[in-house]
Every structure is written in structure tokens, then in C-alpha cells.
Ligand binder design. Sequence first.
Ligand code: GTP
Ligand code: MG
Length: 197
Amino acid sequence: LFRGDCQFMLGVTTMAALPPPDLPEFAFAGRSNVGKSSLINRLTGRKALARTSNTPGRTRELNFFDLGGRLRLVDLPGYGYAKASRSAVESWTGLTRDFLRGRPNLRRVHILVDSRHGLKPVDEETMSLLDESAVPYQLVLTKIDKIKPTEAARRIKAVGEAIGRRPAAHPDIIATSSETGDGIAALREGMTSIAAT
Ligand code: GTP
Ligand code: MG
């Protein structure tokens, strides 16, 4: 699935512009600068498919990527960047919320969490929004190359405990690095098996 042809499809700013819900979709959410676009590039093996940047809040549209006409990846705007809004839900446009709550072909949302910072209230808020809408999600630690293994183990444990407190069951966290490629195969496997069902 991830070896084939992969291309940028379109950037969307209104519900009316969404592509028809005819393929399984996997979305990538998380705080600004957490590494969403970098992870999509690493997953697809394309260096500059999704635009990455040192400037938080760069991705403002919902960006759709087509994987060989079999599934789509959706790069969501980062949340919690605007100083005025401490809340994920406030810093997202209505479009992102509507998409997350009402997209029939959305198979799973990956919630990305920076290994150095851990889960923040804004991430918990996103988890609540998805739990309320019964949308499955997978927690993903990013930039694992930036911390020591002992620290990583502690982080994984803490996030695991937080997932365990959620009302619904969710898969174990996956620790990744878009620099070294750690955890990327596990992430691909998860998506491949879900897309096949
Ligand atoms: P927004 O679109 O602004 O919300 O950001 P984003 O979540 O898409 O983050 P992006 O992929 O643009 O990455 C932000 C910065 O983190 C860039 O400078 C990346 O090079 C860096 N980065 C992303 N992933 C990793 C990683 O796994 N390891 C390291 N060391 N740096 C990373
Ligand atoms: Mg981005």
C-alpha cells in the first residue's frame, strides 16, 4: 500500500469541497509543530509531499493525499497555536470539527504527541471529541529521537495510563521518529490492516 504511487490530491477549506467519501481515510491531528506533515512524508517515503516548516501553524487547510487510489491521508491543521485559544476545539475551524465528527469514511485519527512534551489538555480535549463521536484513534509519539530511551519509556507509560482512563478502548501508543524511521513500519501495518477490513 505504501510502496505505490502517492500524490497530493487537494487542499480543502469548505465542506462542499471535500472529495467524495469513497475511500478509507486516515487523519493526522496534533498540536502545531508536533510533526504531522513530517510523519506523512516519512510514511509515504516522499521527502516533500506534505509541506513541513519551523513556523507553527503552517498547515491551515485539510490536505488530502491519495495512496495509489486505495486510501487517503489527511493532514489536519495543528491546534493550540493561536495565543487566544488554549483549546484545540477553539483553534480549529468549524471545518476540521465537522470533518472529524461526521466523515463516514474516516477510519482512524492519529493523534500526534511530541515525545518531549507529553499529553497536554488540548490533546485530551481532542480525544474527548473523538470518543463522543465514536471515531477510532491511535496515539502516536513523535520525535522520539529527541529524547533518551529511559525518558521515552516513562513517556510511553504515562500516555498509556491516560489512554486507559478513556471511556472506550484504544490501541497502545506507537513511538515514532520521522528522522530515523522508528515506529513507521508499525504505523503502516496498523493502517494497512484497518484499510483491508
Ligand atoms: P503544523 O503544520 O505547523 O501544525 O506543523 P506539523 O505538525 O506539520 O509539523 P512539521 O512536520 O512541519 O514539523 C515541525 C518541525 O519538527 C520541523 O522542523 C521538522 O523537521 C521537525 N520534526 C518533525 N518530525 C521530527 C522527528 O521525528 N524528529 C526530529 N528530530 N524532528 C522532527
Ligand atoms: Mg503541517
